[in-house]
Design a protein. Sequence first.
Length: 280
Amino acid sequence: MNSSQRKSLKKLAANVRMDILTEVYSANSGHPGGSLSIADVLSYLYKYVLNVDPKNPDDPDRDRFVLSKGHTAPALYAILAERGFIPKDELKKFRSIDSYLQGHPDMKHTPGCDMTSGSLGLGLSAAAGMALGAKHQGKSFKVYAVCGDGELAEGQIWEAAMFSAHYKLDNLCVFIDWNGLQIDGRIVDVMNSTPIDEKFAAFGWHVQVIDGHDFDQIERAVNEASHIVGVPSVIIMKTTKGKGVSYMENQVSWHGAAPNEEQYNQGMAELKAAVAALDK
């Protein structure tokens, strides 16, 4: 990745984070912490990896993306808006009665949304089904999914992990957002799913562990996963909950809370300053 691409991605991710704040602030509800922690990987996927077209969002040969941790829908809506799938003005209607941008993704009404999600643990099964379907149909599209680290406490995650390895779903790539926090506190205190890497390896997956905010590491991991044959891939991303907004970082209280006007303005100012610094 060259410096120009890296800068472009950093700007895109900052814009995604501003969109996330705007959504949650406008709705006075939502889940900013875990949305902010996946802004970087979504920016990379939608800019350089996913074969998708805003003008033809239902293309049967498109790559699929499943946000298994559906409560972080603000991040998905933000990148869909930045890519042109939905109008940016619609983001301000997040969670309002007259908007299709529900609190959790809805594939029936949101262009570019491939799977309705929200009940934790179900998204990985859906992604695995899509990947198996592609193989049965002789399709070459890839399936990508993002799961939360707290979500790993759900038993269906491990059923899907076993299923994916058994059916050799090498067209499936899963990202684990390992920010260490969930709604009730630290994952190691609530329900310790570590060592995450060893568990997935035991289920027969190709495993990588990276810094989920380093675009070079994200790129290398995705490239490596694309060349793996015969087994599914998981990329475990060490991230910071609330990344990019100083008062939200590593604070479990921002799992599902909305900023007030002063906090919103502060967060937006910080993100705008980060963008401005890239052009110096």
